[in-house]
Design a protein around this ligand. Structure first.
Ligand code: ADP
Ligand code: MG
Ligand code: ZN
Length: 556
């Protein structure tokens, strides 16, 4: 039987989608593969079809115990003998499956990673007696600490290539940037892997980022015309999911909360109600969504800043699986960014925290973008994309802009007067004529000192970032992150070129308070930075965390 014949006979589809056929061929040739395909792209078929054609057992590792039964049921319905092993089964059931395995009666066996290499090696030893012809690792990004959903039990999969030499391993994920991809390949020890990457563009999703002001009112405004639509609202903390779900219920919406701290019963009940459309809005932490196959999710809102682009893109990708127009809205506040930076800096070892900070910086850049958001996202995943998608807030001209020439001139001339030797924190203090901060005496005599006192610190920070994005300023690359003029600066300084800036999006009072870190945390951050600076040779990250520190210092 050819792969195409098997596709038609067992799965009832007439054609392969994009890269499926090439991937399947590769597995049939007993080669290792890594597959990056967006959610809903058809990853399962890439190992299920070889499982039908290869003479032996395919082991599927999946973290989603709840979904195993569905998958197995539907395979059995298609006439493909499959089973799963997990903790929900009693010893009798497990014995029955073991027997079927011994008699070579099964084509696919689904197991959770923690089962595979548990305390005792029994299952592993048993598996080694079987004729295993393929190992599929679903949600493979879970093996990487650099990914957004690290699961320690996935690390146990590192030994598979040695335990089952010659058996092709196919690793599948819908979410992995360059770094995570590399990490997956290394951790799984894949041999000469072929990497298949499908287009990640989701044309039917419109991306928007709004400044977070009064988030609940903003949310109600967004939901006003969407009463009958199904949507997911992501929050950072468990507590806020419950509070927000309650507030939405009070406002007349059918909303429920979902987070890892709820009992299994409540989680299952809420998820079920959402899938059945009894509950329209799921207010959730990122614990919700992986593997959820609900096609008519019309919007995904992030009321708090996601930690990285991978997570954000994965979460927004849960909207519009049916191909119909859908919305992704993110409410951004610099306060959220500061908070996450704090977490990233104190929680981890130096290397890990540097990587998390880099990813967070990319997330912040995305929020403060002065260009097509889809292009940014596609480039983030190394996919070429033109500069106008027509369906993000930037391309739809929803940004409110103003003539920022004067602002730009002030900033550029301050940089110039300070001889391009200072970072943004100092330049901003200088512009604002700060008395509080230490400004060198001679600088106080310069004409530009205090010329931008009317603009808040946070707005200056934004404008300077925008001027960098527009190419009028850049950072020195000597590790000090000093602001430098560019070849484009002169025309602005001479009044020959106008600069359009995005109108100020001043943040809520509350956020301003959140920015006021206590001195203790600041000390900790400084120490942490020292570790990064002296510990390893990570020059790129040193620059970055310097910039980060400067930014934090600006708010103090
Ligand atoms: P993923 O795991 O990548 O999120 P799935 O494997 O669950 O996606 O597949 C998503 C949907 O696409 C499923 O309903 C599946 O049956 C369907 N599908 C997969 N391959 C094909 C194909 N070649 N033709 C038509 N439908 C397909
Ligand atoms: Mg899948
Ligand atoms: Zn766009």
């Amino acid at each position: 039987m050819t792969p195409l014949q098997a596709l038609q006979k067992y799965f009832g589809y007439s054609n392969f989608r994009h890269t499926q056929e090439a991937i399947i061929q590769r597995v049939l040739d007993k080669k290792d593969v890594m597959v990056l395909m967006p959610t809903g792209g058809g990853k399962s078929l890439c190992y299920q079809l070889p499982a039908v054609l290869l003479n032996g057992l395919t082991v599927v590792i999946s973290p989603l115990i709840a979904l195993m039964k569905d998958q197995v049921d539907s395979l059995n319905l298609s006439g493909i003998p499959a089973a799963f092993l997990n903790s929900s089964q009693n010893p009798e059931e497990q014995k029955d499956i073991a027997l079927q395995l011994q008699n070579n009666q099964l084509r696919l066996l689904y197991i959770a990673p923690e089962r595979l290499l548990g305390k005792d090696d029994r299952l592993m030893t048993f598996l080694r007696t079987l004729n295993i012809v393929q190992i599929a690792i679903d949600e493979a990004h879970c093996i990487s600490q650099w990914g957004h959903d690290f699961r320690p039990e996935y690390l146990m999969l590192a030994g598979l290539k040695t335990q089952f030499p010659g058996v092709p391993v196919i690793a599948l994920t819908a979410t992995a940037d360059k770094l995570t991809q590399k990490d997956i390949l290394e951790k799984l020890n894949l041999q000469e892997p072929a990497v298949f990457i499908s287009s990640f563009n989701r044309e039917n999703i419109t991306y928007r980022v709004h400044p977070k002001k009064k988030s609940f009112e903003q949310l109600l405004h967004f939901l006003k015309d969407r009463k009958d639509d199904s949507g997911i609202i992501y929050c950072l903390s468990r507590k806020s999911t419950e509070a927000l779900a309650d507030d939405l219920k009070d406002a007349g919406y059918a909303a429920e909360a979902y987070h890892a701290g709820l009992s299994n019963e409540v989680k299952a009940r809420n998820q079920e109600a959402f899938l059945k459309d009894d509950v329209k809005i799921m207010v959730a932490t990122i614990a919700f969504g992986m593997g959820i196959n609900k096609s008519n999710v019309r919007y995904v809102v992030h009321v708090d800043l996601p930690k990285n682009i991978e997570g954000y893109y994965q979460e927004t990708g849960r909207a519009g699986r049916d191909g119909l127009a859908s919305d992704a809205l993110l409410l951004y506040s610099p306060g959220d960014a500061m908070k996450l930076k704090g977490f990233a800096m104190v929680e981890n070892n130096a290397e890990q925290s540097a990587i998390m900070l880099k990813k967070l910086d990319d997330m912040v850049d995305y929020c403060q973008l002065h260009a097509c958001r889809r292009q940014y996202l596609m480039h983030y995943f190394d996919e070429p994309f033109p500069d106008n998608c027509g369906s993000c807030d930037y391309c739809l001209s929803e940004f409110v802009k103003f003539d920022g020439t004067l602002i730009a001139q002030k900033a550029l001339s301050a940089v110039s007067r300070l001889r391009e030797r200072f970072g943004s924190a100092y330049v901003i203090d200088f512009l604002r004529g700060s008395k509080r901060e230490k400004i060198w005496g001679e600088h106080k005599l310069l004409k530009t000192y205090g010329a931008g006192a009317e603009v808040s610190r946070a707005d200056w920070m934004r404008y300077i970032r925008e001027l960098m994005a527009l190419g009028y300023l850049k950072l020195s690359d000597d590790g000090y992150s000093a602001l430098k003029l560019t070849s484009k600066s002169e025309a602005v300084l001479k009044g020959l070129e106008k600069v359009e800036l995005i109108a100020s999006q001043s943040v809520e009072e509350k956020d301003q308070q959140e920015l006021a870190f206590d001195a203790g945390l600041m000390d900790l951050l400084r120490k942490q930075r020292q570790d990064i600076a002296v510990g390893e040779n990570l020059p790129a990250y040193i620059i970055l965390s310097d910039a980060t520190l400067l930014e934090i210092a600006t708010y103090l």
